[in-house]
Design a protein around this ligand. Sequence first.
Ligand code: KMT
Ligand code: NI
Length: 179
Amino acid sequence: MGLEAWYTDGSDEDQRKPHRLNPNQPVSLAELNKLGVFHWKLNADIHETDPELEQIRKDQGYSYMDIITIHKDKLPNYEDKLKMFFEEHLHLDDEVRYILDGRAYFDVRDEEERWIRIAMAKGDLITLPAGIYHRFTLDETNYTKAMRLFVGNPVWKAYNRPADEFDIRRKYVASLQGS
Ligand code: KMT
Ligand code: NI
């Protein structure tokens, strides 16, 4: 099963709303792949023993994992963190997230700087490439539980836009030219 994604209306009000254009302008998985975004659908109910997840972790080298619950009663500094997650930023490494419960949105910029909203639900594993500008928000259900995967020791440092001078950003931008 695919992932649902769409171009947003660009409005700044209530980040938790879908912000679809009217008519909706969907974005296909193939288009996301061109931006370096990849997706797997897994059975989150068996995440502790899932051989498919094990295989992905082995193939991609995701040696590290932890689980974050994003809910006002569960996450310390909930409001501040949500604010940080929704600031447009990039990382020097891939961002890999597997939704175990609830829902959330990842927004990524396309090659023309338009925001694409990716609707993530239980069972969706996504990888955002190092250097892509993105942001994260809960939806109107206000809850998600996600596995964070990482190659080696995790580095969560986010560089808010503008962060165009990093090698990894230049490399990412160059990777879009050929596609
Ligand atoms: C990030 O860097 O965008 C995040 O870690 C998002 C929240 S984790 C589900
Ligand atoms: Ni991020």
